[in-house]
Ligand binder design. Structure first.
Ligand code: G6P
Length: 472
């Protein structure tokens, strides 16, 4: 049995500088937690970009050694890689295409060349660490070419790929000049996972139409190798959110925040800055609520947390300005001396404060225009230990397939979102509790650890099937 190598564009750390020295914070994100049980075992490792541009070779060497202690290995990106691979092809070509924002797609040969170059860079970094019988699990859209590159060099390795963002319809994929290379790249894997059945279906249809690969119950045959494609909806560390919500630290914050906010209903919105999240649409629905139901003035407010992200990319900068303007317009129209309708924060919050926001909010507004899964809605549900509260969830989020007890809305339908908020504000407590209980059961059962286990178990089954198939 070889070791396991996890690969993702970002390592599960954030790199900062303190007094000119590199300083790391290990990520508490879902993926890092779930895969922690794997990459920290035996001689397994995680390979990825530590973030930022590191120019000084001495600092790079220091980072390398420091990360080695934490079982991670860095891939350093140059300034040109960051601009053309990360901001460019990953976030100005693939991200908008895969989220159905075709009007935002930039078709740029230089970006594609950088994408190939950086995928090669990752491949070389892995080859320095990998043995022929290792298991390599590649994550997400920044590294779509990597499975095939690895397959060529390590034909007997076990290679898996998981896509954390949506996989769009063939009609979108066919727009990309590089569609064939992208699909071939993914098909280097033995197992290809998506969050939802629809993503899986879209992928199989593109592989069929562009690569001519047919499938039988999710198994495709490329050359003499079987490839399995399936849906594995990702979960959260349920226990962590549930126990945090009841902790003294969170409860102290809840008391403090409630005192500051006074007696009013709270709506909560938490996202990374991203046009796929539908933040302006959400603000317009809240504006509409205040316009249509003036009796809610002074009685309801929206806590809106926008976590800075990709703010060097033009569309993200424009979005930030649009949100700033909308919040300003709503607050200037309705605020009174003792009430502000939107409490807007453009920053990340420490975990205990987030836990308090989740626990104390009456309604979570999770209305992305498109989202692979969305974990915020699951974190909110896990934090509602008193079972009171309502989740308003977009039909366009992968999570909506599992959370049928949420109030499901089409995020483009302003009236429907406004009505959903109104109904949530007036929902009977018994119904709130029944719906919350049902959602909690689902999320608790299929948590992040279960997700990792199910995926890894499947990978073993695929390898057995391949061996059986090849011996025929
Ligand atoms: C999404 C993607 C991840 C990405 C994260 C943060 O969740 O699926 O691959 O790492 O956003 O974006 P960033 O561009 O900061 O890595």
């Amino acid at each position: 049995m070889g070791k396991t190598i996890i690969v993702s564009n970002r390592l599960p750390i954030s790199l900062d500088y303190k007094d000119g020295k590199p300083d790391f914070k290990t990520s508490a994100g879902g993926l890092a937690t779930g895969l922690g049980s794997i990459f920290k075992e035996a001689n397994n490792i995680w390979i990825g970009w530590p973030g930022n541009y590191v120019e000084d070779p001495e600092v790079r060497a220091e980072i390398y050694l420091e990360l080695h202690e934490h079982k991670m290995s860095p891939v350093f990106l140059t300034q040109a890689d960051i601009e053309d691979f990360y901001e460019g092809f990953s976030n100005e070509t693939l991200w908008p295409a895969f989220h159905y924002f075709t009007q935002h797609i930039i078709y740029e040969k230089r970006f594609w060349e950088a994408y190939v170059r950086v995928n090669v860079k990752f491949c070389e970094a892995i080859l320095k660490k990998a043995d022929p019988d290792d298991t390599i699990w590649v994550h997400d859209y920044q590294l779509l070419l990597l499975p095939q590159m690895l397959r060529e060099k390590l034909p007997n390795a076990t290679i898996a790929f998981f896509q954390h963002i949506p996989f769009p319809s063939y009609e979108i994929i066919r727009m990309l000049p590089w569609r064939k290379a992208i699909l071939e790249g993914m098909c280097g894997a033995d197992l290809i996972g998506f969050h939802t059945y629809d993503d899986m279906r879209h992928f199989l249809s593109s592989a069929g139409r562009i690569l001519g690969l047919s499938n039988e119950s999710g198994y495709m045959q490329a050359d003499s190798r079987l490839i399995n494609v399936d849906a594995f909806p990702m979960g959260i560390d349920y226990e962590k959110f549930e126990s945090a919500a009841n902790s003294t630290k969170t409860q102290n914050y809840v008391t403090k925040f409630k005192k500051l906010l006074g007696d009013q209903k709270l709506l909560l919105s938490i996202d990374r800055l991203d046009y796929s999240k539908g933040i302006p649409q959400r603000l317009r629905a809240f504006d509409e609520l205040l316009k249509t139901y003036p009796h809610y003035h002074n009685k309801v407010s929206l806590i809106m947390i926008v976590v800075p992200s990709r703010d060097t990319v033009k569309k993200y900068k424009e979005l930030k300005e649009e949100i700033d303007t909308l919040v300003g317009r709503i607050n200037s129209a309705y605020s009174t001396l003792n009430w502000v309708p939107v409490h807007y924060f453009y920053r990340a919050f420490p975990f205990a404060e987030l836990s308090a926001f989740y626990h104390m909010s009456d309604i979570a507004l999770v209305t992305p225009l498109r989202d692979g899964m969305n974990l915020v809605c699951k974190e909110f549900v896990a934090s509602k230990t008193d079972k009171m509260g309502v989740l308003i969830l977009s039909e366009m989020a992968g999570a909506s397939k599992e959370l049928q007890d949420a109030v499901l809305v089409n995020p483009n339908d302003l009236d429907a979102v406004t009505t959903a908020i109104y109904e949530a504000l007036n929902m009977d407590e018994e119904i709130q509790s029944a719906r919350m209980t049902a959602m909690q059961e689902t999320i608790k059962r299929y948590d992040i650890f279960q997700w990792v286990k199910v995926f890894m178990d499947r990978l073993k089954i695929v390898k057995e099937k391949q061996a059986e198939f090849q011996s025929k």
